[in-house]
Design a protein around this ligand. Sequence first.
Ligand SMILES: NC(=O)c1ccc[n+]([C@@H]2O[C@H](COP(=O)([O-])OP(=O)(O)OC[C@H]3O[C@@H](n4cnc5c(N)ncnc54)[C@H](O)[C@@H]3O)[C@@H](O)[C@H]2O)c1
Length: 253
Amino acid sequence: MRLKDKVALVTGAGGPMGMSVAKRFAEQGASLIMTDISGSRLAQGVEEIEPLLAKGAKVFAQRGSVLVESEVDELLAGSREHFDRVDIIVNVVGGLWLDAKYTPVIDVQEERWDMCFTVNMKGIFHLTRKLAPAMLEKKYGKIVNVSSIEYAGAAGHADYGAAKAGVTSLTRSLAEELAPHVNVNCIAPGIIRTLALKDVGQAVADEFAEKNLLKRMGEPEDIANAALFLASEESSYITGVTIPVSGGLWPGL
Ligand SMILES: NC(=O)c1ccc[n+]([C@@H]2O[C@H](COP(=O)([O-])OP(=O)(O)OC[C@H]3O[C@@H](n4cnc5c(N)ncnc54)[C@H](O)[C@@H]3O)[C@@H](O)[C@H]2O)c1
């Protein structure tokens, strides 16, 4: 088992992407701390995780927003009742704010601009500040962030592209600040079959599938497999990188 005895915190764990990460990690022996803003999705997630847990592994789930510091504090206080540490963080929460339709910067309202940066970066900020000190002390930690291939520029989604560039930049900065015992890496998905599909629309998803080299949409399991690699010892000599998981589409306009 590749994550035997490890404790992994997954944000957005009620959605298909976070759920798939949590499942993959549970199958590999990890205990899970799961959080999501949706209590019903989270409860469903826990039901699906429990049968997959290895002997001695546990799951703790708490509803809350990772964008709100007091809610992150509550999550971590709750998790301390079950676990004495967090070895792995997978920061899944993020996304286009409001809607996915093509919106040039000149039409982006200030609220959307601000929220887009908050939604994509604040959770990583809070969790890193609160959990990295213990990782440094224990000389062990793996942080996996989720960006997007749009980080390299995304006309019509410029706010999202810039926020996701922020995620890749933060990954690189943290890799340096937390080295040499904590690995910090990032995944840049293409279009993945998640709850976001209803915002993006099937037509855009089909166009993406046609454009990429592997001629299909990404599945949540594609992201979970990359996250598992980055959370496991197999990637112990890798830090500060962003891996596109996008069927061969390279980030860029
Ligand atoms: N789906 C895609 O095509 C795609 C492409 C590129 C990047 N991404 C990135 O992947 C990540 C997952 O996105 P998704 O929408 O596809 O995932 P998803 O559909 O799997 O669900 C995301 C989950 O996050 C939860 N969530 C939202 N805000 C939260 C908050 N403040 N605190 C806690 N939980 C919260 C939601 O309730 C939902 O369950 C995001 O960072 C997104 O930007 C997705």
